[in-house]
Each structure stands twice: as C-alpha cells, then as structure tokens.
Write a protein that binds this ligand. Sequence first.
Ligand code: SF4
Ligand code: F3S
Length: 112
Amino acid sequence: MTYVVTDNCIKCKYMDCVEVCPVDCFYEGENMLVIHPDECIDCGVCEPECPAEAIKPDTEPSLESWLTLNANYAKSWPNITQKKDAPADAKEWDGVSNKLEEHFSANAGSGD
Ligand code: SF4
Ligand code: F3S
C-alpha cells in the first residue's frame, strides 16, 4: 500500500505535503508532485496537510492509473523535501475538472 497524489494537485501544487513526509518520498514535476510508492511507508500524515485534498491512500477505488503515474514520474522527476511558494493562481485551480487531460505537464520540476 502507498499514498498517491491525484488530479487536484495539478496547478495547485501547494507543497505542504513535502514538509511532513518522514521519508522524503515526494518528487517534483513542473506543475504537480508525485509520491514514490516503493519509498512511502503509509504513515498517512501528508493526506490531511494537502489544502487541495489531492493525496489519497491507494486503497480507495479507481486509483490504479494514478498509482501508475506516481510510480512512473517518481523515477524521473527530482526529489523535493522543502516547501516552495505555491503558484500565485493555485486557488483558482482548486477543483477544476479534467486537469490530467488538459493541464498535466510531464516536464520535471527543479527539486530542492
Ligand atoms: Fe510520506 Fe507518509 Fe505521505 Fe507516504 S503517507 S508520502 S511516507 S507522509
Ligand atoms: Fe500537491 Fe497537495 Fe502536495 S496540492 S504539492 S499534494 S500539498
């Protein structure tokens, strides 16, 4: 089991999550983060810290594609352990639908 970052992180990217992870298993893309499923120890402390409610346990239904996305990009994106400034328009993106289809970027972020 692991926790996964899902759709609503895209373009919200608050990064509160990275501050609390005891094993530093978040990886940074241009406009979202992912969790490395093999490094996550399922502690659950990041889930309530996300203002966008984008972090879910993979025991929730229909998260297989998100688990795959997290696993894939955690291999190529850089590790991030410190919160940076969230996008200035993060609030406007909270709750927007179809972010994966319309706004996801496969580009890597800059990491720590
Ligand atoms: Fe890190 Fe715990 Fe969240 Fe996994 S569940 S990503 S170990 S804070
Ligand atoms: Fe994304 Fe939430 Fe972390 S919006 S960057 S999963 S705090």
